[in-house]
Every structure is written in C-alpha cells, then in structure tokens.
Design a protein around this ligand. Structure first.
Ligand code: XMP
Ligand code: MG
Length: 179
C-alpha cells in the first residue's frame, strides 16, 4: 500500500491536530446558535474524518450517513445521484455535511440544494480537504481542514478505485498506479 505512494502530503499527526481545531470551532458555532444539528457523513470517503471530529464533540448532535455518486477512477462525473439516502429526516433541521474533499464542487452544490429542497433550515459543510484549482461550481465549505494542490490524493478515507482509504495519512499516488 504505502509503496504506491509518491509523497506524504499530510501526516496522521497533522490531520489529528487540525481535526481538534475544527471540532472546537464547529462546537463553538453550534452552541452559539443553540441548535442540534444532524451531522451527515458522505460515504465512504468521510468516515475516518467524521469519526475524528464527532468523538470530540460534547454538544448534542445526531449523526447519519448518505452516499452520492462518486468518482470512477480519477475523473469526476458531472451527474450526482443519491445511491443511499440518510435515515433521519432533514426537514426543519440544521445539517452539517461531512465530506472528504471539495474538488469541482458539483457534489456539495447538489447535496446542499437537495437538503434545502427537503426543508433543512440550515446547511453547513465541513471538508477535510479543499482543491480550489479544480473548482467549476462556485461553492466553498464552511470549514476546511487543509487546502491541497491539484494532485490526486489518497488515504484517510480517500480512494483510488476503492483502495487506500485505510491509510492513516494523505498522500499522492505514484503516477504509474493510475496510468
Ligand atoms: P466534486 O468534484 O463533486 O467531487 O467536488 C468530490 C468527490 O470527488 C472525489 N475526489 C477525489 N477522491 N482523491 C480522491 O480519492 C482526490 O484527489 C479527489 N478529488 C476528488 C471525492 O470522492 C469527493 O467526494
Ligand atoms: Mg466522496
């Protein structure tokens, strides 16, 4: 696994430290608003990040997951569809979407619209990574862990053809792996 990695961009320690800061900021904001959000992880890339965040929350919140269409290889598919919907109702609720990376922005833009259509009162986004160079839809996450360069990254939930999600760090794949 690690032998397929060209370079490590973010170590486990860096990610954990940043998650601590993000969790504190998020907690502070929801406490100020006095709302009980549903924290919705987008499967499957958000799982390690989601776990790292929610274990630090001490405010009341609910959690759920949903799955929307994702990458096939390293190219984005424009059309976003729900593959597995969440179980809780988002009507009249504050939603915090947890994502692994904002790339073109299409996924989160569609997901945000979908929640607002279903009657969510407020939709916020937290993304571990942001790759602004690739953006085609004008959307920003409310909370971002790290900004990354325009390279295909794996690890800490992020995959290449479903592999490497289990790596505890974020790295760049060797080009020969996907060429
Ligand atoms: P969009 O383009 O809609 O896509 O913002 C977000 C989804 O694209 C995937 N993605 C990546 N996955 N390494 C990955 O493993 C990457 O560098 C990368 N860039 C985008 C990811 O699934 C995300 O949810
Ligand atoms: Mg994803």
């Amino acid at each position: 696994m690690s032998k397929d990695i060209e370079k490590v961009l973010l170590t486990e320690e860096q990610i954990e430290q940043r998650c601590k800061e993000l969790a504190a900021q998020i907690e502070h904001d929801y406490e100020q608003e006095n709302t009980v959000p549903i924290i919705v992880g987008l499967l499957r890339g958000s799982v390690p990040f989601m776990a790292e965040l929610i274990k630090r929350f001490t405010f009341p919140c609910e959690i759920d997951f949903m799955s929307v269409s994702s990458y096939d290889g390293t190219e984005s598919i424009g059309d976003v569809r729900i593959e597995k919907d969440m179980d809780l109702s988002s009507k009249d609720r504050a939603i915090l979407v947890v994502e692994d990376i904002v790339d073109t922005g299409r996924t989160l833009s569609e997901v945000r619209k979908m929640f607002l259509n279903k009657g969510a009162t407020n939709v916020k986004i937290v993304s571990l990574l942001d790759k602004p160079e690739r953006r085609v839809v004008d959307i920003e996450a409310d909370y971002v862990g790290f900004t990354v360069p325009n390279e295909f990254v794996v690890g800490y939930g992020l995959d290449y053809n479903q592999k490497y999600r289990n790596l505890p760090f974020i790295g760049v794949l060797k080009p020969e792996i996907y060429e």
